[in-house]
Ligand binder design. Structure first.
Ligand code: IPE
Ligand code: IPE
Ligand code: MG
Length: 254
């Protein structure tokens, strides 16, 4: 169902300073879409939208932590985004370095643990280096998990999981006929993360675009017309409040 919220309907800033969140998602997935349109509306190049999107992402991470969310997965670059013009891809590959250079101290202070899902090995060497350093700096932290989906695609993740399983069978470490859904979870990039409870997508597009396909099987979905660079902690709070009102039946009856 489409859920759009205009500015006037948004929660007040005061309410989100001290949110009373009884029921909240453990793991939120954010499809941060609309950077290009945000820039276009202002007569700016698309990369200006990506820069503004990075600032919105910083605020979203802070808000998730302040709201006591255990894990947030941020869709930063999909396996399909390589189809974009090389200059845009190049800018997007440099953004992690820009982001961590300014944010790593605060993330460490917040005790956040940085993780990545997706095929990191196909990123430019400098991006891989940034990823490695960010993981290393925060690997012993025990607070919120900040999980970046970078060169990530849900289908690719499932294919890689199947390959891992096949290899284990070939090596005699797994047996055909005994694979369970829970065991499948352990072959995925998200192994060990809390179950995905809520997926938020900005910019008015109503699709998953290859994001956490397996994990989203029973996640709640929340869509807004707000373009990602305009997404605020009030919007996040609104999404979480909405989530709290949902009836999650998982196929059963009440
Ligand atoms: C999302 O914004 C960021 C990435 C996909 C990297 P877009 O760049 O897709 O913005 P729109 O959808 O063109 O407005
Ligand atoms: C999804 O947005 C990917 C990210 C937000 C990183 P896209 O803009 O790439 O998705 P489509 O093309 O609208 O499906
Ligand atoms: Mg888009």
């Amino acid at each position: 169902m489409f859920k759009g919220f205009g500015r006037s309907q948004r929660a007040s800033a005061a309410a989100v300073e001290q949110p009373a969140l009884d029921i909240k998602p453990r793991h939120i997935g954010l499809i941060m879409d609309g950077n290009g349109r945000w820039a276009q509306k202002r007569g700016l190049p698309r990369i200006a939208g990506h820069h503004a999107g990075m600032l919105a992402m910083r605020e979203a991470i802070r808000a998730c932590d302040d709201f006591g969310i255990e894990c947030v997965t941020l869709y930063a670059f999909s396996t399909e985004n390589w189809k974009r013009p090389p200059a845009e891809v190049d800018y997007l590959m440099r953004l992690p370095e820009q982001f961590f250079r300014s944010e790593i101290d605060e993330l460490v202070r917040r005790n956040a643990q940085i993780r990545f899902i997706g095929d990191i090995s196909r990123l430019p060497a400098h991006t891989q280096e940034t990823v490695r350093r960010a993981i290393q700096c925060t690997q012993h932290n025990t607070g919120m998990i900040v999980n970046f989906a970078l060169n990530y695609g849900g289908r690719m993740e499932i294919v890689a999981a199947m390959e891992r399983y096949a290899r284990e069978v070939m090596e005699g470490r797994a047996t055909v006929g005994q694979l369970t859904e829970a065991a499948c979870d352990r072959y995925l990039d998200t192994a060990g993360l809390p179950p995905l409870d809520l997926v938020i997508r900005t910019s008015g597009e109503i699709r998953l675009s290859n994001f956490l396909l397996w994990q989203a099987a029973y996640a709640e979905l929340w869509f807004t017309d707000v373009l990602w660079p305009d997404f605020t902690r009030e919007d996040l709070y609104q999404a979480i409040c909405d989530y709290a009102k949902r009836k999650r039946r998982f196929g059963a009856i009440e």
